[in-house]
Design a protein around this ligand. Structure first.
Ligand SMILES: Cc1cc2nc3c(=O)[nH]c(=O)nc-3n(C[C@H](O)[C@H](O)[C@H](O)COP(=O)(O)O)c2cc1C
Length: 306
């Protein structure tokens, strides 16, 4: 007889039925994705980031395969929060898992406004995408503990929903940024977003992306994301972590849990295989049964020292 395993996990007070989180920007608005994939295998699914006003994004080409992982330079194209609320908001009720909204903005005020407007729409948490450029300095908010904390403070003031602060692996000191956003009121951190990258077509001699430098994601960034999770879980064990970067299998999920994540994002893997969440879930079940792990939290941070 198969021993029952429980995939439930927590991000602070927030309970997830499964540790899998469908990562922002890789499942569209969530609504289209629900038509092709079984969303019940995810603890939560994150809708594409939205800003206060529409953002056109960058011109094409803005996604490219690299042979190992992918590059994107979409520039967070989105229709703005008003359009999102009229088109996506009313459909959230039909989505069979929790949907998190994702807020972006050019300054802390815009983030706060978006969070406030998203909050009554049916989303159950707000992810704060701190990997977009700050209007004042042009640098990503997530590179700077002060700027990142300012944004989270503005969001905290305008929503009662739990807040996840999405940070960047490009940061020099991800622990300092995590400490700052936790102090400002983030309930968890998402570690992390894409890694800066570039590529060139040797036939045309053109950059693969119109903006040349973009976000690199997929399997090759997993060790970078795991390093971020490990550093933060060691330094700040009380802040829950959603580990994200290069996850495509049940073993990848277990690695992130061992490093100290309480939940795990799945992003780029959806482009090759939209139904991969089901396969990852089955693999995770098999691992837990084989290793006699009944409850998922028993794996969190459960690294054996040398
Ligand atoms: C095409 C694409 C679009 C993305 N758009 C967003 C976005 O709008 N907001 C965000 O917070 N992250 C966005 N991301 C980042 C992913 O959510 C994820 O953090 C990152 O890709 C690393 O995980 P992965 O290697 O599993 O893809 C995007 C990633 C890709 C590949």
């Amino acid at each position: 007889m198969r021993a029952a395993v429980d995939l439930g996990t927590r991000l602070g007070d927030y309970h997830l039925e499964s540790p899998l989180v469908a990562a922002c920007g890789t499942i569209g608005s969530v609504v289209e994705f629900a038509e092709v994939a079984d969303l019940t295998v995810y603890g939560a699914a994150v809708a594409k980031s939205v800003s206060g006003t529409p953002w056109a994004g960058r011109p094409p080409p803005r996604v490219a395969a690299t042979g190992a992982g992918m590059l994107n330079g979409i520039g967070i194209q989105n229709p703005g929060v008003a359009d999102w609320l009229s088109k996506v908001g009313p459909q959230l009720e039909s989505i069979p898992t929790d949907v998190w909204g994702s807020a972006v903005g050019k300054d802390a005020g815009e983030f706060g406004l978006v969070a406030e407007r998203l909050s009554p729409s049916g989303v159950t948490a707000i992810e704060v995408n701190l990997s977009c450029p700050n209007l004042e300095s042009g640098r990503m908010f997530a590179l700077d503990p002060v700027a990142a904390a300012e944004v989270v403070t503005a969001v905290r003031a305008r929503t009662d929903l739990p807040i996840g602060a999405k940070l960047t692996p490009n940061s020099e000191d991800v622990v300092a940024v995590t400490a700052a956003v936790a102090e400002a009121g983030a309930d968890w951190v998402v570690l992390g977003n894409t890694v800066w990258g570039a590529g060139f077509d040797i036939a045309t001699r053109r950059p693969l992306l119109s903006g040349v430098v973009g976000g690199y994601s997929g399997a090759p960034i997993k060790p970078i994301a795991l390093r971020c999770v490990w550093e933060v879980s060691q330094a700040l064990p009380r802040i829950p972590i959603v580990g994200t970067g290069g996850v495509a299998s049940g073993s990848d999920v277990v690695e992130f849990l061992l490093a100290g994540a309480s939940a795990v994002g799945v992003g780029t893997a959806h482009f090759a295989s939209p139904r991969i969440g089901r396969r990852i879930t089955n693999q995770l079940h098999r691992y837990m049964r084989r290793h006699n792990v009944r409850k998922l939290p028993d794996l969190i941070g459960a690294v054996q020292p040398w």
